[in-house]
Design a protein around this ligand. Structure first.
Ligand code: FMN
Length: 265
């Protein structure tokens, strides 16, 4: 039965003007990436608890197409700092994981049953979406336990080398890394503003360009205030966006993922 909406209302605690707040919404709304951690490791029983909750994420047709590889060896964590483009949090966080899309399990089952296994672009998307939903559930689980997290897309920067380091088998595709740990109390963090809900929640049809641009303008105002408060006046959100997309990124990925058995037909 759906939750009675007023039952989850906390009268004193509100986000924005309209959204009712409960513990889950409060935790989600407080998200910020953490890049500086104490040296305290994350104990296995906390990781187990987070993984046990995160694995309940919805999964396309129940296929559960993901694997989480924790990198525990200090030397490999140090090497991964380099391979991710010099991100020290990869070694410093209490725990570091490679989040992987995983169709190997399905392939093994097919092989055992002597049945065909056919992959294509849809299979790649199924596994990528499944793994991402699992990962975000995992982030929320860790954050609910008081940990800070930071996704590491930089894991794809030198992915063939990451693959060799971690001896990733065929049918398993690392998508991104995830740092988890106790936030360093000496280093303050803040939430980064996001597009207004109305800029991305549309009814029936995609917004016209004018409305999209109005949403961007409003967001730029919030982003500019965020930057200015951190000593970076004159910056906003959209002004630097083009840099991210001015040239093709990580062009080796098609060949790499194909080499691991992914198909894009
Ligand atoms: C898939 C993914 C990959 C990311 N990769 C990196 C990364 O390599 N290094 C990093 O410092 N932050 C990384 N981030 C964090 C984003 O920069 C961050 O989420 C974004 O700037 C918004 O900030 P917030 O998470 O503090 O709200 C990544 C986030 C996602 C979702």
């Amino acid at each position: 039965m759906p939750v009675d909406f007023p039952a989850v209302l906390n009268e004193c605690d509100r986000v924005g003007t309209l959204s009712p707040m409960n513990d889950v919404l409060a935790s989600m709304s407080a998200h910020r990436s953490v890049r500086r951690f104490t040296a305290t490791p994350v104990p296995d029983d906390h990781i187990r608890r987070a993984v046990e909750a995160a694995r309940m994420a919805a999964t396309s047709s129940w296929i559960q197409a993901y694997a989480l590889i924790q990198v525990t060896r200090a030397s490999e964590r140090e090497r991964l700092v380099e391979l991710t483009g010099g991100q020290p949090q990869v070694a410093e966080a209490g725990a570091f994981f490679a989040v992987c899309a995983d169709v190997r399990r399905h392939q093994l089952v097919a092989r055992q049953l002597d049945k065909p296994y056919v992959g294509n672009l849809e299979t790649f998307l199924l596994a990528t979406v499944d793994a991402s939903l699992f990962a975000q559930n995992l982030v929320l689980a860790f954050e609910s336990l008081g940990y800070g997290t930071c996704y590491i897309g930089g894991l794809r920067t030198r992915l063939p080398e990451v693959d060799r380091l971690l001896e990733i088998p065929d049918g398993v595709w690392p998508l991104f890394g995830l740092c988890v740990g106790e936030p360093d109390p000496e280093v303050p963090t803040a939430t980064r503003p996001r597009l207004d809900a109305d800029a991305l929640w549309m009814k029936d049809r995609y917004l016209d360009d004018e409305a999209v641009l109005a949403g961007i303008e409003a967001h730029d105002t919030d982003a500019a205030a965020h930057y200015a408060a951190r000593g970076l006046p004159g910056r906003n959100w959209s002004g630097g966006l083009w840099r991210k997309f001015k040239a093709p990124q990580r062009e080796h990925l098609l060949e790499y993922y194909r080499g691991k058995g992914a198909r894009f037909e």
